[in-house]
Write a protein of this length. Structure first.
Ligand SMILES: [Zn+2]
Length: 170
């Protein structure tokens, strides 16, 4: 089965992605990992936003996972299929799976999992316990756009700040 092609984000996509990066910055300022996401309806309305909340010790508290579960509870299947999830960092396999299981639509990300993995390496950060598979390998039916080169440096800088903070506190 061919996986869906990855296309570049549009101007509207970039507006939403910038908000995701703001949420990622808010997560970092609150002592959490810098990730932020938005759920946007088919007619462009922001339905929900969230950021990483793993600092309390539950490492499944990714914003994309929260948005998938929120949409399953609050949106009929047709609205889920038309909705887009924007996120500062590409979905991890857990979140890609949740996204596909609840039947959400498109995903647009600012930085790819491959980029995140290489940044963690250059920072000597501990590797993720979960393999960083691209969304298309976990959820081949989902349309995907990303990464957004316009935001690469900003997202990279947030991850560097997070790694430096962790290094200083341990
Ligand atoms: Zn995730």
């Amino acid at each position: 089965m061919p996986s869906s092609p990855v296309s570049p984000p549009t101007e509207t996509d970039l507006t939403h992605l910038r908000r995701c990066v703001e949420l990622a910055r808010a997560a970092l300022d609150a002592g959490d990992e810098p990730f932020g996401s938005l759920l946007v309806s088919a007619d462009g309305k922001v339905l929900r936003e969230d950021r990483n909340r793993v600092a309390g010790g539950d490492h499944t508290r990714h914003p994309e996972f929260e948005l998938a579960r929120w949409s399953a509870e609050h949106l009929p299947p047709g609205e889920r299929a038309g909705a887009t999830v924007y996120t500062s960092g590409e979905h991890c396999p857990m979140c890609s799976a949740a996204h596909a299981w609840v039947g959400l639509g498109r995903i647009v990300y600012a930085a790819s999992s491959a980029q995140l993995t290489s940044w963690l390496k250059e920072l000597n950060a501990p590797p993720s316990p979960v393999t960083a598979l691209p969304i298309g390998e976990v959820a081949p039916g989902v349309r995907v756009a990303g990464p957004a080169p316009e935001l690469t440096e900003e997202v990279r800088e947030l991850h560097h700040r997070f790694a430096r903070g962790r290094g200083a506190s341990s």
